[in-house]
Design a protein around this ligand. Structure first.
Ligand SMILES: NC(=O)c1ccc[n+]([C@@H]2O[C@H](COP(=O)([O-])OP(=O)(O)OC[C@H]3O[C@@H](n4cnc5c(N)ncnc54)[C@H](OP(=O)(O)O)[C@@H]3O)[C@@H](O)[C@H]2O)c1
Length: 246
């Protein structure tokens, strides 16, 4: 996909990866709309060059209203990047059911609401790209990531299933799995974050992958290789490798 002149809607664009991708898309010539809850932060990302359409992804009506604004003001979206996300470490040895539900609402229901708002139009037009930001954390269980990792694994499966379901409609689905990126989400982490990259580097990797019509964009390369290989490690060996983490 040549990004020049395309209508791109980035959901979860008020900070971090989504904000950096919105800027990168604009730099590559796309006409960009940005959504998230914090309207002031969206406005500073937009710098007057993007459409600001605030929405809470957990509220389906708000997501549909934002999608309608994008279509009315910029035209039907060629690309929708679903990037909104929530992360909170599960406390060791206990269970936080409220936190679990919040992850489900933002990461999973939020992604579903975004797809719901744009897929019928894309299928009717016979074109469009839905790109969902999951995580390499969805590849394997990690200590403290019981809620986050479960939703990221579900997103990976959801996006792959959707890709297969819509493959004859002209709609393309891309699964994006970043490793660690320095954002507001990760600044609270007290554990080591190997191969950490900056949001700008993440945005370039994502836009390069979108331009190449990738099914999957996984970065940085060393983390991609590590976590893809990790899927083949037997459960007992994986537990021993991570025993020192907590
Ligand atoms: N950073 C990493 O290392 C990393 C690695 C792998 C995957 N990811 C994924 O990348 C995505 C972006 O994360 P990030 O690292 O860039 O973190 P971030 O800077 O905290 O960005 C999270 C974004 O999600 C939005 N968001 C959260 N809850 C929302 C809601 N209810 N409705 C609408 N928007 C909401 C936030 O905006 P508002 O608060 O303004 O609503 C913000 O724009 C997430 O899906 C995350 O899981 C991150």
């Amino acid at each position: 996909m040549d990004l020049g002149g395309r209508v791109a809607w980035v959901v979860g664009a008020s900070s971090g990866i989504g904000a950096a991708v919105a800027r990168e898309l604009a730099a590559r010539g796309a006409r960009v709309a940005v959504s998230a809850r914090r309207a002031d932060r969206l406005a500073s990302v937009a710098e007057g060059r993007m459409l600001v359409a605030p929405a809470d992804v957990t509220d389906r009506a708000q997501v549909h209203a934002a999608a309608a604004r994008v279509e009315a003001e910029l035209g039907p979206p060629d690309l929708v990047l679903l990037c909104a996300g929530h992360w909170q470490q599960m406390p060791a040895g206990t269970w936080d059911a409220d936190s679990f539900e919040r992850h489900l609402q933002v990461n999973l229901v939020g992604m579903s609401n975004g797809i719901d708002a744009v897929l019928p139009g894309m299928v009717a037009r016979g074109r469009g790209v839905i790109a969902g930001v999951a995580s390499v954390a969805g590849y394997r269980g990690l200590p403290g990531a019981e809620a986050y990792g479960a939703t990221k694994a579900a997103q990976i499966n959801l996006l792959e299933s959707l890709r297969l379901s819509v493959r004859r409609s002209g709609v393309h689905v891309t699964t994006i799995c970043p490793g660690f990126v320095r954002t507001e989400m990760t600044e609270v982490n007290e554990f080591p974050m190997p191969f950490l990259v900056e949001p700008d580097e993440a945005a370039r990797a994502i836009c390069d992958g979108l331009e190449r019509d990738r099914n999957e964009i996984v970065f940085p390369t060393r983390m991609a290789v590590l976590m893809k290989l990790a899927r083949f490690v037997p459960a007992g060996a994986w537990a021993r490798v991570l025993a020192s983490r907590r």
